[in-house]
Design a protein around this ligand. Structure first.
Ligand code: ZN
Length: 443
């Protein structure tokens, strides 16, 4: 199928170009032409600023059910986690499908064309296996299809509660018992065209050191992405030091888990040596600033990591909000507060984290650019709303990153198919109602 789009303005990596014709065939870009003041006959008009589709590199879909409810009272990451476990305990393959479909539809409305789902809710309450051992993962892949977005299912090994401790009663749902059993189950997952399968190590707390290499090798054999929560909390670093006399980053390196296909999520509390290690191994970093501030994690050393050689991606993680523009500007604005200096990243660099580098971290190196051969994934931001009106169009990237919100997304195209048109989802008719019903079903 051939579709021609005309972007009133398009972001072409380095700058905003007015009047760009984007030809696509079978879901890929076949030509990009500049200098078309008016739409060519038959072209689909994208009015506003068109960017490559956004990649949400770190998601736990079910955390969306916690929105607002976890804002009552005080506490820490660890008390928040108790509430999160209670919600997890209520999910079944059917209710998780309904929730994830609605959450991924919310993502599509926010311009997200690809999600990295860090998935560890594998089994029934108490740890019993479903008849189909991958029922939960398959529900997520199906949910993404119905919501019209791509998914990398990062099937997550989660085997222990802490160093040398068995899973607690909540975590029985997460555990396959051993890394070998995890590998066998994960190997049975099938990826339809909109999906890719990757691996994840929940954290060095949750996978014993002797089993890390099994997960790393599984990903290496498949050239698949490998993600890991790294040093989100200082308590994890302290426990790792007690158990192994080293940092989580060093422990992962010693067991073959770092490298260019690996993404360290959070990477908040690192030593200088950790930063050098992640950079020199070309391990990527996924920052989740809206979650990290929500959970009082701290501010990760993203500028130093990038300078050391780590590519940056962004994720909405716990979905306190789902808005990649907010994630992008939050990374820069957190750094401004910490350093009392401005301009650590350009808007273009922040967009790159939300597009090309995010897709690469999820195993989609052929997405995230408006270029010949790329997947035809596009998002158009309105430049005529109360938030975005005023700036010159050539400042579209700055407008998108520093002023727009998810509510300013007008169109989302995935593989040459309009998933969001004029702010309306084309296959989930009432996304707010779908969210409300799916969340209510878990109370
Ligand atoms: Zn996470």
């Amino acid at each position: 199928m051939q579709v021609t789009y005309w972007a009133e303005h398009a972001w072409l990596e380095t700058h905003v170009e007015p009047g760009v014709t984007i030809e696509t065939a079978d879901g890929r870009v076949t030509a990009v032409r500049k200098g078309a003041d008016t739409p060519p006959p038959g072209a689909v008009v994208l009015r506003g600023l068109t960017l490559p589709g956004l990649a949400n590199a770190h998601s736990h879909a079910f955390h969306r059910a916690l929105r607002a409810t976890v804002q009552v009272g005080s506490g820490t990451f660890w008390t928040w986690r108790e509430t999160m476990y209670q919600t997890a305990a209520r999910l079944t393959p059917d209710t998780y499908f309904d929730l994830a479909r609605a959450v991924y539809a919310e993502m599509a409305l926010a311009g997200i064309s690809c999600v990295g789902e860090f998935h560890y809710l594998h089994h029934a309450p108490g740890g019993a296996r479903y008849d189909e051992p991958n029922a939960m993962g398959e529900a997520l892949i199906a949910a993404a299809a119905e919501a019209g977005i791509r998914i990398t299912l990062l099937d997550t090994a989660y085997l222990s509660s802490g160093f040398g401790e068995p899973p607690n009663r909540h975590q029985l749902r997460f555990s396959d018992g051993t890394a070998d059993a995890w590998a066998e189950r994960a190997a049975a997952l099938k990826a339809p065209a909109h999906a890719r399968i990757g691996a994840a190590i929940h954290s060095v707390r949750a996978v014993p050191a002797a089993e890390l290499r099994t997960v790393a090798d599984w990903a290496a054999e498949r050239s698949a992405p490998l993600h890991v929560h790294l040093s989100e909390q200082t308590a994890e670093n302290d426990a790792c030091a007690r158990a192994h006399g080293t940092t989580p980053a060093r422990l992962l390196a010693d067991h073959g888990a770092l490298g260019p296909r690996t993404t360290a999520v959070h990477a908040t509390h690192l030593t200088d040596e950790d930063i050098a290690l992640l950079g020199s191994t070309r391990t990527g970093t996924c920052m989740c600033p809206t979650t990290e501030r929500d959970l009082a994690d701290g501010i990760g050393p993203a500028t130093r990591l990038q300078r050391a050689g780590s590519a940056l991606s962004l994720g909405s993680d716990s979905h306190a909000v789902i808005d990649m523009f907010e994630e992008a500007r939050a990374m820069e604005l957190d750094e401004r507060l910490r350093t009392r200096a401005r301009g650590h990243w350009t808007a273009a660099a922040l967009l790159r984290a939300a597009t090309a580098d995010g897709h690469a971290a999820l195993g989609w190196p052929d997405a995230g650019e408006i270029a010949v051969g790329s997947l035809a994934d596009l998002v158009t931001v309105a430049l005529d709303t109360v938030r975005t009106a005023g700036p010159l169009p050539r400042l579209g990237a700055e407008t998108a990153v520093f002023a727009a919100t998810a509510a300013d997304v007008r169109h989302t195209v995935v593989g040459g198919r309009h998933v969001v048109r004029d702010g309306q989802h084309t296959s989930v008719p009432d996304v707010p109602a779908a969210l409300a019903e799916a969340v209510a079903a878990l109370r």
